[in-house]
Design a binder for this molecule. Structure first.
Ligand code: AMP
Ligand code: MG
Length: 624
């Protein structure tokens, strides 16, 4: 999706929430998030910046990390007052508004409204849908020129409140959207609950958000988007001892209960002094009246012309504001020191209370995977226990009559099952609790039983093999029969066939990732589809940085599909990073995956790569 740099978006959450029973609508929970977060997630990729218009619970809205703008016109004057507040703060040419109770809003809302507005040279663009043969305008889903602020303010000042009343004298263009449901807003708690509980999202609802959808030629990014929207995080939280929280996903924001450091202290071994005593025109001599060790504060209060010997971490004596490191003292005896002019400035080498963290500030954000630095930070705040997400349980098995387990004899036409080992490695490194279900024969009853058992014991199931067209058809048939599963041919290499969805058995459900069988394809599909989804289920942030580096050689590449080539990243003769693809890129050649240290990602639009061109690279180290 194209981010539109000319547009800022405003989420209208400033109402009284009367129909919701006087609760704040934007903050109502819906499918694991608040309503306003759904709208935020939908708008963020479309525009340069998002803000929220709210008139109550401002502190809670502020936690979503975007500006919160209360009305400037008083007394809950309705959505127009929110738009007025948004227009006044808007720094881009256009403002897009959307209500906080529209979690399904179209992902091309900004792009399509702008296109129409510019094509017609209009002032305002409004979304409309067809309800039967009637046009239904949605004036809260609108794009306006920011320069209209005075027009709207004048209308409000005259007492005007009608959403569709203020733009009478302006040029308005209506943009027809096909998907009526995308504009469905949720007005009552009953509606919210029925949507939330009785109708978990179906794949077809999620798929309907895409402007074009062809399961037999699905771009990688669309498949990733569908998967991302379909999976939901597990809700269970557990408290674990600090050390045990390493690599786990933080389940709540950690707010610092104290200032760190708790007191002003010295950053050096030296002498604490009063900056006002330092002479600019010659050496300063000060009398040493006491010594402060770390952990042993002193009551001494130096007067003018006095200083205190201090160790790193020692509490700054009152009145002192600077520390001269002992190696910079020009001359010293047991009772006095001399400092040359200009060696230090007032304030040097003093650490302030709360400089690392202020009491009440967010030290760590929910969703973070806890790293060694975080363990240290939590320890510095005195936390013995940490709230983390329960581990995700993932069951996995391999399918195929030709597969043999290690230790068995390799009969004619058979191969050892390697996928179960690569999957074991990738899932373990992701921090999942794993259930290795072995090899399942190409047999309908065995396959159904394995899927049911997996479903009853795990949050997610990862299988390999049996989803391509040539494979025994019943794999697909059984997967589909057990739940809401789709089968895709993805525009990628290696990879292509992928089954994804959710299956149910005896009251339990689990997400299903049916990966292809080829050993390289299984890894690539895991990394680029399953990995992010599993992390999202764990409630974790999943973004991975892509590096842009020079390709040493030319690479043949067809446009219209994503290719993942195994690469070796190294430092070139000129000291810059460069990547060479490993020899054979066949999807069964696991050796080249093992030799590689990165993946070269060649995107859909990209064609042949010439030697020296820059390409995107994803490093294996740190991936899982
Ligand atoms: P399939 O997707 O079942 O048609 O399998 C595609 C190819 O991957 C076949 O050559 C299989 O033998 C191979 N394959 C499938 N599963 C595994 C596995 N677990 N370990 C190694 N190779 C496999
Ligand atoms: Mg097979």
């Amino acid at each position: 999706m194209q981010k539109n740099e000319q547009i800022s978006a405003l989420i209208l959450a400033g109402g009284r929430g009367s129909r919701m029973g006087h609760v704040d609508k934007g903050l109502q929970p819906f499918r694991g998030l608040t309503m306003v977060e759904h709208v935020l997630q939908r708008l963020t990729p479309q525009v340069a910046a998002v803000a929220i218009n709210a008139n109550q619970n401002l502190d809670i809205y502020e936690r979503f990390g975007v500006p919160v703008l209360p009305d400037v016109t008083p007394d809950f004057a309705g959505p127009l007052a929110g738009m007025e507040a948004g227009l006044r703060q808007c720094t881009t040419n256009y403002l897009l508004s959307a209500p906080c109770d529209s979690p399904f809003l179209p992902q091309d809302l900004a792009a399509r409204l702008l296109e129409a507005l510019q094509a017609e040279d209009a002032d305002v663009a409004i979304a409309v849908t067809m309800e039967g043969s009637r046009r239904q305008p949605h004036p809260v889903f609108c794009l306006l020129k920011t320069s209209l602020a005075p027009v709207l303010s004048a209308y409000l000042a005259e007492g005007g409140r009608r959403m569709d009343g203020w733009y009478g004298g302006l040029k308005v263009v209506e943009v027809l959207f096909e998907d009526v449901d995308a504009f469905r807003n949720i007005n009552t708690r009953d509606e919210l609950q029925s949507l939330d509980e009785q109708r978990p999202p179906r794949l077809r609802d999620v798929v309907s958000c895409l402007s074009s959808y062809d399961p037999d030629a699905l771009p990688v990014r669309d498949a990733q988007k569908i998967i991302g929207q379909f999976v939901t995080p597990i809700a269970a939280i557990e408290k674990v001892a600090l050390r045990a929280s390493l690599d786990r996903v933080l389940a709540q924001d950690i707010v610092s209960p104290i200032n760190v450091p708790a007191y002003d202290n010295s950053a050096m071994d030296g002498y604490a002094l009063r900056g006002a005593d330092l002479r600019a025109d010659g050496p300063t001599t000060l009398n040493v009246i006491a010594t402060v060790f770390a952990g042993r504060p002193s009551e001494a209060v130096p007067a003018a012309g006095e200083c205190v010997r201090i160790m790193t971490g020692g509490v700054m004596p009152s009145g002192c504001d600077s520390v001269i490191p002992q190696e910079h003292v020009a001359a010293l005896s047991d009772t006095s020191i001399t400092i040359d002019a200009g060696v230090i400035r007032t304030g040097d080498n003093r650490r302030f209370a709360g400089e690392d963290l202020k009491a009440g500030s967010a030290a760590l954000k929910k969703g973070k995977r806890i790293r060694p630095a975080d363990l240290g930070l939590l320890a510095s705040l005195g936390f013995a226990e940490v709230p983390v997400q329960r581990r995700l349980r993932v069951a996995f098995f391999s399918t195929g009559d030709e597969l043999r387990s290690i230790g068995e004899s390799l009969d004619a036409g058979c191969v050892y099952d390697s996928n179960r080992y690569t999957l074991y490695g990738m899932l373990s490194r992701l921090g999942c609790d794993i259930i290795d279900m072995g090899i399942v024969r190409d047999d309908p009853a065995a396959l159904e039983e394995a899927l049911r058992t997996a479903c009853e014991n795990a949050d997610a199931i990862v299988t390999s093999g049996g989803v391509s067209v040539g494979a025994a058809d019943y794999t697909r048939e059984i997967m589909a029969r057990l739940g809401d599963v789709t089968f895709w041919k993805i525009g990628m290499r290696p990879g292509r066939p992928l089954a994804f969805g959710k299956i149910e058995s005896r009251g339990h459900s689990a997400y299903l990732f049916g990966l292809p069988g080829n050993p390289v394809a299984v890894m690539v599909s895991f990394y680029f589809f399953a990995r992010n989804a599993l992390l999202a289920m764990m409630g974790a942030d999943a973004a991975l940085p892509l590096l842009k580096v020079r390709s040493t050689g030319s690479i043949r590449k067809k446009t219209g599909r994503t290719e993942y080539q195994r690469g070796v990243l190294a430092v070139g003769a000129d000291g810059m990073q460069e990547v060479a693809i490993t020899g054979s890129q066949g999807s069964g050649i696991l050796r080249s995956m093992s030799e590689a240290n990165c993946m070269v990602m060649l995107h859909d639009e990209q064609g042949n790569v010439a030697a020296g061109d820059m390409v995107d690279v994803l490093l294996f180290e740190g991936l899982v």
